[in-house]
Design a protein around this ligand. Structure first.
Ligand code: ZN
Length: 461
């Protein structure tokens, strides 16, 4: 999978930073960085010839291990109403069984699915740190090493986000039994993150290390300040304002709503990524948009968990930036994430083409935002097909019926609203050609290991 020196892709159509161009030659070097983008070029036999070439987005929010419990939480429980909170109990019970070997196999499998869906990189919001019962592994960063090992196998671009998780709630209660595998005070977390940094040294140069204070429930004010200082200008990700009960808990403890409190207490800037933000007032929506931070939207998971609907029309209208995350990984589909986001706005507002502008179609607005916001949130030099950026690239199947004869924005509209990720043909992650003909280059081995891991897990359930 190592990129050849001086690979050139020749595309009939490509989406460049200032719009669509034809007959585009994109050249990238062995380090995965684009050296030249030339529209109106002539094709040559040594080039890789493709029909439609797009910049490949980052999946900015994932908890890899949750992929293995997809489909396991759809039965009626004993509670009167199933909710995010009853799902969370199932998730805690499930993750209690997982070994480092399991986590590596699951992470490799879900990273492969992400690549096959057209993502080039992932922001792994990683909080499963310790052994069953909560004792650390001999190697504090054992689980981070497993995430890195998976990325090494799949070739995905990794922004690793070790999570600081200290308390069971805003009142600083101790962690519940299901949470003890996540827990660290700041000092131990700092050591764990140093261990993760060592584990990442053998990964390619597009790898990024950030910091993720889990949420305002799991981290107190001191912990958050320390995490912000530790991040510096690197990515800082945090769950924020996902659930009504969470908003009420934060409001009772800190006298303000979560987004309101955060913007009042911290200088939230462009290295911040706030995950969900489903529960915001119009004032919070406008204020968050003005920070230049990225809202990390996870439309499939937010639908699955009944979180609510992000106010995307108002947020984009105020110039807000967003990217897309697969979060619970119940389903990995870039096109479906974007479609679900748009349809949620239409259902709420009883309109069509809710985010389209005079210049750009709905699909184009959504795709552009996801590509740029994802790269920004991941601290990744990508998101644009131009010299100096990593060659994160995706092509669409020229034989797909729904794409037949289409040009420009209509391609993205057909891909997102009429098609799905089966249209994804080839993916390069920082120049690594990881998906060819729709399939990951190590698909069989990764699937076989995941299948046997899951069989053993089911037997232990
Ligand atoms: Zn999450």
């Amino acid at each position: 999978m190592s990129p050849n020196a001086g690979t050139t892709i020749f595309a009939d159509q490509a989406l460049l930073p200032d719009g669509w161009a034809e007959n585009v030659a994109v050249r990238f070097a062995q380090d995965g960085l684009i050296t030249e983008v030339q529209p109106g070029a002539r094709s040559a036999p040594s080039q890789i010839r493709v029909s439609t070439l797009l910049p490949a987005p980052v999946n900015l929010h994932s908890h890899a291990f949750q992929r293995a419990m997809a489909g396991m939480s759809e039965r009626k429980g004993t509670e009167q109403t199933d909710s995010f909170w009853t799902w969370r109990q199932i998730m805690f019970r499930f993750l209690d069984m997982l070994t480092p070997e399991d986590v590596e196999a699951i992470a490799a499998f879900v990273q492969m699915e992400m690549l096959e869906a057209g993502y080039a990189a992932v922001g792994e919001f990683h909080y499963l740190h310790h052994q069953h019962g909560g004792a650390p592994y001999d190697n504090l960063a054992e689980m981070s090493e497993r995430i890195c090992a998976a990325a090494d196998q799949t070739g995905i671009g990794l922004t690793h986000l070790p999570v600081l998780y200290t308390y069971g709630g805003c009142d600083k209660r101790a962690l519940a039994a299901g949470q003890v595998r996540f827990g660290n005070d700041f000092n131990r977390f700092h050591k764990l993150r140093d261990g993760a940094a060592r584990a990442m040294r053998h990964l390619p140069s597009d790898t990024v290390l950030g910091v993720a204070p889990h949420s305002l429930r799991a981290v107190d004010e001191d912990g958050l300040r320390q995490a912000v200082a530790l991040a510096g200008d690197k990515p800082l990700h945090m769950h924020l304002a996902e659930q009504v009960a969470e908003v009420e808990e934060v409001e009772a403890a800190r006298g303000m709503r979560p987004v309101e409190w955060l913007l009042d207490q911290h200088r939230v800037g462009s290295n911040w990524c706030l995950i969900h933000c489903t529960q915001m007032t119009p004032e919070e929506t406008g204020a968050l948009a003005r920070t230049r931070a990225v809202a990390g939207l996870c439309p499939i998971t937010e639908s699955s968990l009944g979180d609510g609907i992000f106010d995307g029309v108002r947020y984009l209208g105020a110039g807000g930036r967003f990217g897309i995350g697969s979060d619970s990984n119940i389903r990995i589909s870039l096109s479906e994430e974007l479609r679900t986001l748009e349809y949620s706005q239409r259902l709420r507002d009883k309109v069509r083409a809710s985010v389209a502008t005079a210049e750009k179609s709905t699909g184009r607005v959504l795709f552009d935002a996801a590509v740029r916001g994802g790269a920004q949130a991941a601290g990744r030099r990508s998101g644009k097909m131009e010299a100096g950026c990593f060659a994160d690239l995706v092509t669409l199947d020229p034989t797909a019926i729904d794409l037949d004869g289409l040009r420009g924005d209509a391609i993205l509209d057909a891909y997102i609203f009429a098609g799905d990720d089966r249209m994804v043909q080839d993916v390069w992650a920082a120049g690594r050609h990881v998906v060819a003909g729709g399939y990951h280059v190590k698909r069989d081995a990764i699937r076989a290991r995941y299948r046997s891991t899951m069989a053993a897990l089911r037997a232990r359930l």
